[in-house]
Design a protein around this ligand. Structure first.
Ligand SMILES: C[C@H](CCC[C@H](C)C(=O)SCCNC(=O)CCNC(=O)[C@H](O)C(C)(C)COP(=O)(O)OP(=O)(O)OC[C@H]1O[C@@H](n2cnc3c(N)ncnc32)[C@H](O)[C@@H]1OP(=O)(O)O)[C@H]1CC[C@H]2[C@@H]3[C@H](O)C[C@@H]4C[C@H](O)CC[C@]4(C)[C@H]3C[C@H](O)[C@]12C
Length: 382
């Protein structure tokens, strides 16, 4: 796999860092999640392919253990508020001194500097500060965050993984590590570059929910079908728009012009009424195989059964029969091979990881009896 041989330490966090670690693990990196001791059941739902080591970083001995682990690692992902790692004596200066090849990835909401660097926050706060949130939502409604996908995952975990991949590539030439300051405000804004760059062509100059791609246009929206499901319409270009009208059995000569903004609300009513007359399956039959840019809005349960997704094996099923997306993108020679085994228990691999790092059995036993590490084993399924 593309990242095999890369050793990653991921300090357990909420959502963005686990996703970042999972991407790296999917593409072959050996990822160790460093959990807290006595933390109870782990809530990390993106632990695929990782091992877990439970370590108390607040004890000086625990911090020493992390330092040693970092000497044997290529990447450290830390998801804490700015200053937390420095307080533990584990700031980048210290760790890079001991391992100059270390890539120290700091994944935070507001970044390592600035007025808000030490403030708590979540996806919606970062999205608000990025400028993107003000553009998201329907006409006359409050701005609306699309789950926590944009800041936490796209602008956070994914951008951080990209930064790590770039730093790993650069390191092949310089032989040096570096510090990555991945702010989710900036990551989300960067993902949204199009909003800034496309302002000049007038894509966003109307109020929220009245533009081409923000549910303002009747030919770029979702419509309810007679069975309570939905169809997604993205018929932007005139030729695709004509195919849409054909599928809907609407006569274009009797309708206002596609780009007549003032007629969009009435055109939307016509489309709403038309879509409500057939079931989703009936509309699929009409639109499948056409260039109308109309698709069924599928539920998480339905996606893996859709013929297109099935054909491409876009979703995987793990050994516990749980379905999730196959890692993307697909690399032709070295594709990701996601782990299908169950997620690790907190501290399940503490012993083996410390052994690999050069700790003696006596040292491990001492750390364990002092409560600095925790070693948990899976109960046998008898
Ligand atoms: C699924 C939900 C998650 C949703 C994601 C949400 C929408 C997000 O946006 S995630 C993005 C959050 N932001 C960031 O990650 C940015 C960077 N980080 C931060 O800004 C902060 O970390 C913070 C604001 C996120 C949290 O601040 P906090 O004060 O808690 O922590 P820090 O200041 O960073 O300091 C960390 C301290 O911890 C110490 N530490 C760390 N590691 C160790 C270690 N190994 N050993 C010892 N000590 C360690 C470190 O030293 C620091 O100590 P100090 O403070 O003393 O310096 C889920 C969100 C909430 C969940 C629910 C909730 O938990 C209640 C239930 C619990 C139950 O078990 C399960 C059901 C729940 C309902 C649960 C369900 C879900 O999991 C959630 C809803």
């Amino acid at each position: 796999m593309a990242l095999s041989g890369v050793r990653v330490l991921e300090l357990a966090g909420l959502a963005p860092a686990p996703f970042c670690g999972m991407i790296l693990a999917d593409f072959g990196a050996q990822v160790v999640r460093v959990d807290r001791v006595k933390s109870g059941p782990q809530m990390d739902s993106m632990a695929r392919g990782k091992r877990s080591l439970a370590l108390n970083l607040k004890s000086p001995e625990g911090a020493q253990v992390l330092k040693k682990l970092c000497v044997h690692s290529d990447v450290l992902i830390e998801p804490f508020r700015q200053g937390v790692m420095e307080k533990l004596g584990l700031g980048p200066e210290r760790l890079l001194q001991e391992n100059p090849r270390l890539i120290y990835a700091r994944l935070t909401g507001f970044g390592q500097s600035g007025k808000y660097a030490q403030e708590a926050g979540h996806d919606i706060n970062y999205l608000a500060l990025s400028g993107l949130l003000s553009n998201l939502g329907r006409k006359n409604e409050n701005p609306y965050a699309p789950l926590n996908l944009l800041a936490d995952f796209a602008g956070g975990g994914l951008i951080c993984a990209l930064g790590i991949a770039m730093a790993l590539f650069e390191r092949t030439k310089s032989k040096k590590g570096q510090v990555i300051d991945a702010s989710m405000v900036e990551g989300a804004a960067y993902v949204g570059s199009f909003l800034w760059k496309a302002q000049a062509i007038g894509l966003w100059n109307r109020p929220r929910g009245e533009n081409l791609l923000d549910s303002g246009a009747p030919f770029y929206d979702t419509y309810k079908t007679s069975d309570g499901k939905f169809m997604a319409v993205g018929a932007l270009e005139p030729k695709f728009y004509q195919a849409l009208l054909k599928g809907l059995d609407l006569d274009s000569t009797k309708l206002p012009d596609q780009l007549s903004f003032s007629d969009w609300p009435s055109l939307k009513s016509i489309f709403t009424d038309t879509f409500s007359k057939k079931t989703q399956a009936e509309w699929c039959k009409i639109f499948d195989g056409t260039d109308s840019c109309v698709s069924p809005v599928l539920s998480l349960e339905e996606v893996s059964l859709h013929p297109h997704n099935k054909e491409r094996r876009s979703f995987i099923r793990d050994h516990e029969e749980k379905v999730s997306p196959r890692p993307a993108p697909l690399l032709s020679r070295t594709p990701a091979t996601p782990c299908l085994r169950r997620d690790p228990l907190v501290g399940e691999h503490t012993h083996e990881i410390l052994k690999e790092t050069g700790f003696t059995p006596e040292e491990i036993a001492k750390l364990q009896s002092a409560g600095i590490i925790e070693c948990n084993k899976a109960k046998a399924n008898l």
